[in-house]
Design a protein around this ligand. Structure first.
Ligand code: TYM
Length: 332
């Protein structure tokens, strides 16, 4: 089976609906047809300051959310990045073939460093896409299912794979991003022209997967729409309605055009109520399972360590090949 690899940072207590639609929901549906590896990327999280205890808890809670959302540790490999040292080791090697200007062109780095001033950004934040390339390339990954904000990073991984192969001989599979069309980017419910992001200033525009059902319903009912009354997909004129259409389309698994036809001649009230119901129906049970699984942290850690062992075996074999190709001493 072709290999897929993807990851999420443990940098908040709960995933949001953008992470779910952009990543987790796609992953869940790909487990049968692909050899899937899903990572919890704690090394990426420490490129900005983290509280140590909160980080370790968030890492476990993220693993629990993967399982609760349908990732099956018996079928898919699901592990914590820092348990497999080859990620950091390969990232260092790839740093040597990455251009300073090339890394500086990553738009996410530019946005993040502009927000807090360049002096506040760490070197880790700058080289973070190289670590992401290492994650992907260690496992002969063919497809990387992500939201659209990660596309440029996957393209860097492609470029680095090609560059490495041409300099040192065929070593890496050249990966491709796998991005859904309309749902690749979910927007903030209160500012529907801004990407939904865990670092947003206010909470009311973010639907967290672990929000209580009543809270989810309220946030969706209060989503910003526009003064018209037509439920129509038009990102320019109707960003709020378009975002809700994308969300409903993802949860019902039907095309946006079908929804536009269904809501023709009906107002926003009906529409928003149905969006809220669809999200609550999906997230309610995920929340329950998360709370259940959280009661047994030792079992969660056992699952993660078992999976990390498989990842470690695959990654070490690739790293040995890289050492050989580059002229480094054999890794132990
Ligand atoms: P992260 O943790 O920021 O986000 C995890 C996933 O959620 C997607 N996503 C969204 N999708 C749609 N709409 C949104 N508003 C939205 N916000 C986030 C992201 O595209 C991503 O798929 N660098 C990565 C993690 C990473 C990784 C990797 C991913 C590290 N190594 C290797 C793939 C392969 C990140 O910070 O994602």
């Amino acid at each position: 089976k072709p290999r897929i690899f993807s990851g999420i940072q443990p940098s908040a207590d709960s995933l949001h609906i953008g992470n779910y639609i952009g990543a987790l929901q796609q992953w869940e549906s790909m487990q049968d047809d692909y050899d899937a590896i899903f990572c919890i990327v704690d090394l990426h999280a420490i490129t900005v300051p983290q509280d140590p205890k909160a980080l370790r808890d968030a890492t476990r809670t993220l693993a629990v959310q993967y399982i609760a959302a349908g990732i099956d540790p018996a079928r898919s490999t699901m592990f914590v990045q820092s348990q497999v040292p080859a990620h950091a080791q390969l990232a260092w090697i790839l740093n040597g073939i990455t251009g300073f200007g090339e890394a500086g062109r990553m738009t996410q780095f530019k946005d993040k460093s502009a927000r807090n001033g360049a002096d506040a950004a760490s070197v880790g934040l700058f080289t973070y896409p190289v670590l992401m390339a290492a994650d992907i390339l260690l496992y002969d990954t063919e497809l990387v299912p992500v939201g659209d904000d990660q596309k440029q990073h996957v393209e860097l991984a492609r470029d680095l794979a090609q560059r490495f192969n041409s300099r040192f001989g065929e070593t890496f599979v050249v990966p491709k991003p796998q991005i859904q069309k309309e749902t690749a980017r979910i927007y903030d419910l209160q500012i529907p022209t801004a990407k939904m992001s865990k670092s947003a200033a206010t909470d009311s525009g973010i639907v967290w997967m672990l929000d209580e059902p009543a809270v989810i319903a309220k946030k969706i009912r209060s989503a910003v729409t526009d003064t018209g009354r037509e439920v129509r997909f038009d990102r320019g004129e109707k960003p709020g309605v378009s975002n809700l259409l994308a969300i409903l389309s993802a949860f019902r698994g039907v095309p946006i055009a079908t929804l536009e036809a269904e809501y023709e001649g009906r107002g926003y009230g009906d529409f928003k109520r149905d969006v809220a119901d669809a999200v609550v129906d999906a997230f309610g049970p995920i929340r329950e399972r998360t709370l259940e699984l959280q009661a047994d942290p030792a079992e969660v850690d056992r699952i993660l360590t078992t999976s990390a062992q498989r990842a470690h075996d695959l990654a070490s074999a690739k790293l040995a090949q890289v050492h050989e190709a580059v002229g480094l001493y054999p890794s132990l």
